[in-house]
Design a protein around this ligand. Structure first.
Ligand code: ATP
Ligand code: MG
Length: 332
């Protein structure tokens, strides 16, 4: 049997080009070689959106549409909803004994995210948010996944999962698989504002479903070299987000773009216009495919329900093994 992959996204917004270059393109390729499970992590999304259930609910469908629009094939990949798999919640409770609060507080990703969410959490973070790496370890192990394709921000979470697996196996006997992270070549796509990470919750994203007008508006106001005022000023493409996105959407001309910018031979407006055209070229077929599925809601429902049922069966099998190992196998 092929190795199993687990990936997923939080339904906190539509998917953006960070997801596209950082993970979706990779997933579309990997689904041909591996048994792929893709989780819409709505329970995890609630950890920092507990006060906004509508947002999470509405974005579940948006994320499924984004998957289908980029070429995730439901015949090859199992798309499922986290909250419909109660075994994940059950595993989370068992694993919570195997990790200390200090260890969670030291997790660099959790640390950064708590700092970004001061407005929501104030001085004291919730138990649920601090513990989301434990729940993520349950997501991964429920499906016996060996490979986890993720962006760079997820590495500390995979490491934490590996520790939980080792601890579980050493106490209760060899039961769980230790997963491995797989990084794509674009492990962290920067935001339109120059932030190190484009993120749905950071307000700096270019979405796969953005209209031509939105693309134009966003690229026109993206962060560029602040010292470059006139066309013939010598530019620094290393601090310009437009040059940065040329490397993704206009790979063949990226070198020329940078050379002309440095030599003061390329105006920022023309440079932005060229990028906008390239982005439209790449995103138009994706948006068309999205429209196809938007017009067929029953088809999307069917894909989602079938995927969730299939995933639940796998999680139930894992649960049986885990309960047996933990001496919790009382009766059916
Ligand atoms: P949020 O801001 O709500 O956390 P997000 O944009 O970080 O949303 P997630 O759903 O948390 O998106 O992440 C899903 C997957 O996409 C993860 O594997 C993550 O590493 C990857 N990813 C997210 N943003 C980027 C990015 N800018 N570059 C590369 N990969 C990314
Ligand atoms: Mg995130």
């Amino acid at each position: 049997m092929n190795k199993r992959i687990l990936t997923g996204d939080r339904p906190t917004g539509k998917l953006h080009i960070g997801h596209y270059f950082g993970s979706l393109k990779n997933r579309v390729k990997l689904q041909n070689e591996y048994e792929t499970y893709i989780e819409i992590a709505d329970v995890q999304a609630l950890t920092d959106n507990f006060n906004n259930p509508e947002k999470v609910r509405n974005n579940v469908r948006e994320v499924v549409l984004d998957y289908l629009s980029v070429g995730i094939d439901p015949k090859k990949s199992t798309i499922f909803l986290q909250s419909m798999i109660p075994e994940i919640a059950e595993l989370t409770v068992f694993y919570s004994n195997l990790v200390t609060i200090a260890r969670l507080q030291r997790n660099p990703t959790v640390k950064t995210e708590i700092a970004q969410k001061k407005e929501l959490f104030g001085e004291s973070v919730t138990y649920g948010f601090l513990g989301y790496p434990v729940s993520q370890a349950a997501d991964i192990t429920a499906f016996n996944a060996e490979l986890i394709p993720v962006g760079e921000d997820q590495l500390p979470l995979i490491e934490q999962c590996r520790e939980i697996v080792r601890k579980f196996n050493s106490i209760y006997g060899e039961t769980l698989l230790e997963p491995e992270a797989v990084l794509s070549n674009n492990k962290r796509i920067k935001g339109l504002d120059g932030n190190e990470k484009m993120g749905k919750s950071l307000g700096n994203a270019l979405y796969l479903s953005d209209s031509d007008e939105e693309i134009t508006k966003k690229v026109m106001s993206a962060v560029t070299d602040p010292n470059r005022i006139k066309k013939d000023d010598l530019g620094n493409p290393n601090i310009c987000m437009v040059a940065y996105y040329h490397a993704l959407f206009n790979k063949e001309n990226h070198k020329t773009v940078c050379e002309e910018c440095k030599a003061g031979k390329r105006g920022c407006v023309a440079c932005k216009r060229e990028l906008i055209e390239k982005i439209k070229e790449e995103l138009t077929p994706i948006r068309e495919k999205r429209k196809y599925y938007e017009d067929r809601p029953e088809l999307v429902d069917e894909i989602f329900v079938t995927g969730t049922e299939k995933a639940r069966k796998v999680a139930k099998e894992t649960m049986k093994k885990v309960k047996k190992a933990m001496k919790l196998d009382y009766f059916e």
